[in-house]
Design a protein. Structure first.
Length: 78
């Protein structure tokens, strides 16, 4: 923290939570738009695992598709 920063200058946890949720919703909307514009299919890869010592479960997902922008094809991975 900067020396002159007060606790009241920092955002509260509800503000941070709301900002994260809004950014995630914006990302999902952008992702939906990009996938809808894909000229072909979307590949979905996923994997499930648990942490060795804590047994916490995890699910990882990866989406891949071809994006076309100004006639240039590129591989998108999200």
């Amino acid at each position: 923290m900067r020396p002159k920063t007060k606790s009241s200058d920092l955002p509260g946890r509800e503000q941070v939570k709301t900002k994260i949720q809004n950014c995630f919703l914006d990302f999902l909307q952008s992702l939906r738009t990009d996938i809808a514009a894909a000229p072909g299919d979307v590949s979905v890869l996923w994997d499930m695992w648990t942490a060795e010592h804590t047994s916490d479960p995890y699910l990882g997902m990866l989406l891949q598709w071809i994006a076309v922008e100004n006639g240039v094809w590129s591989m998108r991975i999200e």
